[in-house]
Design a protein around this ligand. Structure first.
Ligand code: PRP
Ligand code: URA
Length: 209
């Protein structure tokens, strides 16, 4: 059974509204993406395992807790995924980072891979795939296919906005992958854009249009 988690925290919803507005400037859009990523990351990391650790406070020894096992791996789907990466790294500074370069062919809406570099020991790490937009989910499915071929087994997908069509496609192709999003919008338009959406995430993060 797939898990879909819509993070409806008021701060997330408020910041998402600011991101959706056409008049929001590039610098603000980029900052908001980073801030929401940190807040989504708080939910995504909720089930990380802890182990006991004996420490000394200034007053006495105690049994405290620390994160157990191998460090998290964040995988950014370039280029818009990088808009979420810094916020997640603010939260988990020691995470490892992989990159998958994909762009969506505007005619076929199929992803085209142009870069791939991930840590070698993916199989031993919890993995979070980052991409602000889950539209048709062609990019997300291709990215998850790719990292599963390299051994990843414990995978979560983090986006800002999802279309119902994309959620269905990703959870059908990869029912083991939990999807975290700030909202599920109404539908896709004829060009595969999310409605009402926020436009082209990559262009808005980097000011390329
Ligand atoms: C956008 C977005 C996703 C993809 C989503 O990337 O960041 O990667 O589209 O669409 P899909 O769910 O239909 O595959 P884009 O191809 O515009 O590339 P960019 O990140 O380089 O701007
Ligand atoms: N990619 C985007 O950046 N925005 C959409 O609405 C769909 C795909």
């Amino acid at each position: 059974m797939s898990e879909i988690i819509v993070v409806d925290h008021p701060l997330v919803q408020h910041k998402l509204t600011l991101m959706r507005r056409t008049k929001t400037a590039t610098a603000d859009f980029r900052r908001l993406a980073r801030e929401i990523a940190l807040l989504l990351g708080y939910e995504i990391t909720r089930n990380l395992l802890l182990e006991p650790l004996a420490i000394e406070t200034p007053l006495e020894p105690m049994q405290a807790s620390r994160l157990a096992g191998k460090k998290l791996c964040l995988i950014s789907i370039l280029r818009a995924g990088n808009g979420l990466l810094d916020g997640m790294l603010d939260l988990v500074p020691s995470a490892r980072v992989g990159h998958i370069g994909l762009y969506r062919d505007p005619e076929t809406l199929q992803p085209v891979e142009y870069y791939y570099k991930v840590p070698e020991d993916l199989a031993e790490r919890p993995v979070v795939v980052l991409d602000p937009m889950l539209a048709t989910a062609n990019s997300a499915v291709a990215a998850v296919d790719r990292i599963k071929r390299d051994g990843a087994t414990e995978i979560k997908f983090c986006c800002l906005l999802a279309a119902p069509e994309g959620v269905r496609r990703l959870t059908t192709a990869h029912p083991d992958v939990a999807v975290f999003t700030a909202a599920i919008d109404r539908e896709l338009d004829d060009h595969g854009y999310i409605l009402p959406g926020l436009g082209d995430a990559g262009d808005r993060i980097y000011g390329t249009k």
